[in-house]
Write a protein that binds this ligand. Structure first.
Ligand SMILES: [Zn+2]
Length: 78
């Protein structure tokens, strides 16, 4: 399984998160999805993973910011 920090990269085709990969895999090596057999270059897969991580992280960061803003407003209203 290829991971960026703690978020698994999903196959762009089927959403599976495990890939067959050669040992000592390099950026220009192809990895293959265990589920659907989709092949993607490791460098591209990383980009996909970064995009997916952003989609997960941004809404969570927004929630935190909203919480902080609410707290700040509560303090002011007192
Ligand atoms: Zn797949």
């Amino acid at each position: 399984m290829i991971k960026t920090d703690h978020i698994s990269i999903q196959c762009p085709e089927c959403g599976h998160t495990e890939f067959e990969q050669p040992q000592d895999v390099k950026d220009d090596d192809f990895v293959k999805c265990h589920e659907c057999g989709f092949e993607i270059m490791l460098a591209d897969l990383r980009e996909v993973g970064i995009e997916q991580a952003r989609e997960v992280v941004i809404p969570e960061a927004k929630k935190e910011i909203e919480k902080m803003l609410k707290k700040a407003f509560k303090g002011r209203l007192k």
